[in-house]
Design a protein around this ligand. Structure first.
Ligand code: C5P
Length: 229
């Protein structure tokens, strides 16, 4: 049966393929993440359909970043839909604006710390502050949580450090960058297994390619659920 600690990233090209994958996975998956790739191909309609007709929980991974007023308006619009999680970048002004936009609704605002596909060389290329990536992630997580985020997105390699922050009490830690042992990394650089991520304090793990690119996606899900139980 399903376990909502596993969130499956439906990063397939369009809503039709997303729906076909969700139907193939059936009751074994109860929580889906819909991201930018899909949102440009009917993803919001799919999100609503999976929620309303199939009873799935939905994580909308939009990673919003803009001036506060624009973020607040965007989130207010999205909060009209009955969805569960929404990501914004973890900059405090963005988090505060998103929380304003979601006021009175159940939509949880999750703050992206540093993308799990980035390492120190990538941060240098973007002129981001010197220092160890883990330390920067923890600092960004603390600031986003102080600004009111309901949770943070981080790599499993930082989950334990974030869980140790007093600010993280009662907040969510959601980790992409999760790979079952032996799975291909793709572009992910800061990874761990599903069981390790949960053991280190993650509430949910996000897994995409190891499931939707598997020869048999349902068997891949079952293996992860087994690992988690
Ligand atoms: O295919 P894979 O398991 O790597 O998918 C991970 C998903 O999590 C992707 O949809 C990616 O956009 C998302 N994500 C991430 N790192 C973050 C935030 C979201 O990989 N920091």
């Amino acid at each position: 049966m399903s376990d909502d600690r596993l969130i499956v990233a439906l990063d397939v090209p369009n809503a039709l393929q997303g729906l076909a994958m969700a139907e193939r996975l059936g009751d074994s998956v109860s929580f889906y993440k819909i991201g930018l790739g899909m949102l440009t191909g009917g993803g919001l309609a799919l999100a609503n359909e999976l929620k309303q007709d199939h009873g799935k929980r939905i994580f909308l991974d939009m990673k919003l970043f803009d001036i506060g007023n624009t973020v607040e308006n965007a989130v207010r619009g999205l909060a009209q839909f009955d969805l569960d999680f929404l990501t914004v970048h973890g900059d405090p002004h963005v988090v505060r604006a998103a929380k304003e936009g979601a006021a009175g609704k159940d939509l949880k605002i999750l703050a992206v710390t540093i993308l799990t596909s980035l390492n120190r060389d990538d941060l240098d290329a973007s002129l981001l502050k010197d220092g160890d990536v883990q330390d920067l992630v923890v600092e960004r997580a603390a600031r986003a949580l102080e600004a009111g985020a309901d949770g943070v997105i981080a790599s499993p390699q930082e989950a334990a450090l974030i869980r140790a922050l007093p600010e993280s009490e009662g907040r969510l830690i959601v980790t992409p960058g999760v790979r079952p042992a032996g799975a291909e990394l793709g572009d992910q650089k800061r990874v761990a297994t599903p069981a390790n991520a949960i053991a280190d304090g993650a509430d949910h793990v996000v897994v995409g390619r190891p499931i939707y690119r598997a020869d048999d996606p349902k068997t891949a899900v079952d293996a992860i659920l087994n690992e988690l139980s």
